[in-house]
Design a protein around this ligand. Structure first.
Ligand code: IPE
Ligand code: IPE
Ligand code: MG
Length: 245
């Protein structure tokens, strides 16, 4: 690559829809789990790279609410892969000062997986480098439904007036409360869709799609997405003149 990343214009928060593990495995004549295992290695590489680049938040879509509808063998194998991975990766997260966070309906995870996740979240809670946010059993519609229930309950209990519901109240009642909105969304595997991911939070994100399958995704691919992002003009509804001054 001849162009380099401009450290002055880094996205604060990068979100990734890590897609294409199954197709990658198929290309290699292997079972789907082989693709998921290889995808874990990409997660390791990209997390270390994001740390080096000084990115503040990296959100990875690891398992969607809809993914529960996959064959039971695949779901079970993915849940054990999560347990193994978190166990193996915790020392690296500590070494790299990475704080693990999760978003999603964790109560749906098997107990062993949930406890392992919670243990790692607690262990890394004091780390001050990259915030690695894993979306597990997450979907936007699930999250927006839950937010509506939370706010309706508060109104019913007299804690909140309808006219006091603002964009901020809504953001604070999502599972991403406290996390800034993503600046850049990357989706691998060539699919041009959002698949129920962060619909509210992505309102002004820059979108980057690559045909590359997740296990093939590299630091160079990641840098290419960042450089592409750095060439975009983010206007947030204003005119070009207003934002360039
Ligand atoms: C993404 O890869 C990982 C998960 C959704 C868990 P896929 O498993 O969706 O791979 P493809 O899309 O079938 O290739
Ligand atoms: C999105 O990928 C979810 C994750 C990457 C975890 P999917 O493979 O589930 O999405 P669709 O089915 O292609 O929309
Ligand atoms: Mg997929």
């Amino acid at each position: 690559m001849n162009e380099i990343i401009n450290k002055e214009r880094m996205p604060r928060h990068v979100a990734i829809i890590m897609d294409g593990n199954g197709r990658w495995a198929k290309q290699h004549g292997m079972a789907r789990m082989f693709g998921h295992k290889s995808g874990v290695e990409t997660v390791h590489t990209i997390t270390e790279h994001a740390t080096r680049l000084g990115i503040e938040y990296l959100t990875l879509y690891a398992f969607s609410t809809e993914n529960w509808n996959r064959p039971k063998e695949e779901v079970d194998a993915l849940m054990s892969l999560l347990v193994d991975t978190i166990g193996k990766e915790t020392p690296t997260l500590m070494k790299n000062n990475v704080r693990l966070m999760t978003i999603g309906g964790l109560e749906r995870l098997p107990e062993k997986t949930r406890l392992r996740m919670e243990q790692c979240v607690n262990e890394t809670a004091g780390n001050t480098g990259l915030n690695l946010v894993l979306a597990l059993s997450y979907s936007s519609r699930w999250e927006l439904t839950r937010m509506t229930q939370i706010l309706a309950e508060r109104v019913k209990n007299g804690e909140l007036r309808v006219q006091d519901i603002t964009e901020e109240t809504i953001s604070d009642s999502l599972t991403t409360a406290g996390i800034p909105d993503p600046d850049l969304l990357i989706r691998t595997s060539g699919e041009l869709r959002i698949s129920n991911f962060l619909l509210w939070q992505l309102a002004y994100a820059e979108l980057y799609f690559t045909p590359c399958l997740w296990p093939d995704f590299t630091v160079e691919e990641f840098d290419r997405a960042i450089i592409d992002y750095q060439h975009r003009e983010r206007r947030f509804g204003k005119t070009s003149e207003q934002v360039t001054k």
